[in-house]
Design a protein around this ligand. Sequence first.
Ligand code: SF4
Length: 107
Amino acid sequence: MVIHHDGILYPCCSPAVFDTILKIGSIRDYSLDELKDKLYKNILIYIIKKEGPGWFYNQLQKKGITSYDKPYISTCHLCHELFKDSFVIELLKNEINEYHEKMLSKI
Ligand code: SF4
């Protein structure tokens, strides 16, 4: 995780992440322990860490959504496109919930 000069905590140091919804929160609003807790409980971050951004891309493909079907120069580029707003999360709400429930059932 990285705390940027503006006090926002991000899950990584890639510049691609700065303008996305993957911001965890600000040190002005939360303690470091609270931010760490938010980071580790974030299902999006969990899936990105465990499966990679390609998981979201593949789920979109399965649903027949091809608007994200373009060349990307890196995984971080794809990640930026997927999470530049909450559109993909809205589209994949059910798949994300199913993944979450599957993970919880293994605990
Ligand atoms: S894929 Fe996303 S979360 Fe992972 S390093 Fe790149 S921008 Fe950060």
